[in-house]
Design a protein around this ligand. Structure first.
Ligand SMILES: Nc1nc2nc(S)n(CCO)c2c(=O)[nH]1
Length: 161
């Protein structure tokens, strides 16, 4: 029996029916053997970060309990993105759905295709604010700081607008 790990996934959508895209992604995650969605943050409407000329995102963070390895979890996520018609036109551009692994237990992972904690998490209010709802006291692996401390350190221009 493989160990059950608590992981946190960041979900974002800014094309089509954003709420429906998020709901379908959560359903597909929960229907995947080895993944249970256990908690959801509130949904936030957020101004795009990175590539500004695109619609606002709906973002949320999901807590999952999983027996999958980080890489197996990543490949499930990529399949769900494909199934929900994620079209990767512009690297930072609009997408039907985006699912990022933010945290995986207390693991720090540095691979080409997978870095945990998520490399851009530190400056992203659209990640840290919903993540704080679920795991504010969690220490960010590789640091001595909590999610709440990272969220509290965001500059005003990084705040969710
Ligand atoms: N507000 C906001 N901006 C974003 N820019 C990118 S890229 N993404 C996709 C997630 O990496 C987002 C997002 O989910 N929300």
């Amino acid at each position: 029996m493989s160990r059950i790990v608590t992981a946190y996934l960041g979900l974002g959508a800014n094309l089509g029916d954003r709420q429906s895209q998020l709901r379908q992604a959560i359903e597909r995650l929960n229907q995947t053997p080895g993944i249970r969605v256990t908690r959801l943050s509130s949904v936030y409407e957020t101004a795009p970060v990175g590539y500004l000329d695109q619609p606002n995102f709906y973002n949320l963070v999901a807590e999952v309990k999983t027996t999958l390895t980080p890489n197996a979890l990543l490949s499930v996520i990529l399949q769900i993105e494909q199934k929900l018609h994620r079209v990767r036109e512009v690297r930072w551009g609009p997408r039907t759905i985006d699912i990022d692994i933010l945290l995986y237990g207390d693991r720090a992972i540095e691979q080409d295709e997978l870095q945990i904690p998520h490399p851009r998490m530190k400056e992203r209010a659209f990640v840290l604010v919903p993540l704080s709802e679920l795991a504010g006291n969690k220490i960010i692996p590789g640091t001595d700081q909590t999610v709440e401390q990272w969220a509290g350190a965001l500059t005003p221009d990084q705040q969710i607008r």
